[in-house]
Design a protein around this ligand. Structure first.
Ligand SMILES: *[C@@H]1O[C@H](CO)[C@@H](O)[C@H](O)[C@H]1NC(C)=O
Ligand SMILES: *[C@@H]1O[C@H](CO)[C@@H](O)[C@H](O)[C@H]1NC(C)=O
Ligand SMILES: *[C@@H]1O[C@H](CO)[C@@H](O)[C@H](O)[C@H]1NC(C)=O
Length: 159
């Protein structure tokens, strides 16, 4: 019984995905923000989301590869994240490093970020500040909730 509760709790934890406000707040995809410093202090996991909030008349969001990120090349990008409203979201689907930049020359002023996505199973890396203000939980996977409810149903039937 205790075992089952523990498993249930673990599953809920695993299903928790976070929304990361890139740069730390709702309007900080901007050149004057140190995005490297921001991403260094965040933990990104698979199925977390990024939120890019910015001035849509100035900037955009493109996913690029490492070479393009390092050299601020906005041609032949991997994916155009820009939807046009200055509020873009992106789901981190893989354990890898994602690279984003803005075209229009703003990359040269620091408008780029590398996002290192970690596996849940990976051991906790170097200690991080407990500051969590730039993240918020956006809920639990619906299928898992249903599964948990079913599991509890079975447990109660057995008793
Ligand atoms: C941003 O922060 C990083 C890490 O603290 C630092 O190494 C880098 O020099 C900063 N960049 C700028 C442009 O201030
Ligand atoms: C990155 O993308 C550019 C442009 O498509 C390409 O020329 C380059 O070979 C790519 N680099 C890597 C490491 O994939
Ligand atoms: C990215 O997509 C948006 C919306 O479809 C479009 O307006 C914009 O021109 C695209 N940007 C690039 C660099 O292709």
């Amino acid at each position: 019984m205790v075992m089952l509760i523990m498993i249930s709790m673990m599953m809920v934890n695993m299903a928790r995905s976070e929304m990361h406000l890139v740069g730390g707040n709702k309007f900080s995809w901007a050149p004057n923000v140190n995005l490297t410093q921001w991403s260094m202090h965040e933990h990104f996991h698979v199925h977390d989301w990024l939120y890019f909030g910015y001035d849509r008349h100035m900037y955009n969001v493109l996913e690029v590869n490492k070479t393009s990120y390092e050299n601020c090349i906005d041609k032949d990008f991997v994916k155009n994240i820009t939807k046009g409203g200055g509020r873009d979201v992106f789901e981190l689907n893989e354990v890898k490093t994602y690279y984003f930049l803005s075209s229009g020359g703003f990359c040269w002023n620091g408008l780029k970020v590398a996002i290192n996505v970690e596996d849940f199973a990976a051991p906790a890396p170097s200690p991080v500040s407990p500051k969590k203000s730039s993240s918020c939980t956006i809920g639990v996977n619906k299928n898992l909730v249903i599964l948990l409810i079913l599991m509890w149903g079975i447990i109660f039937k057995l008793q």
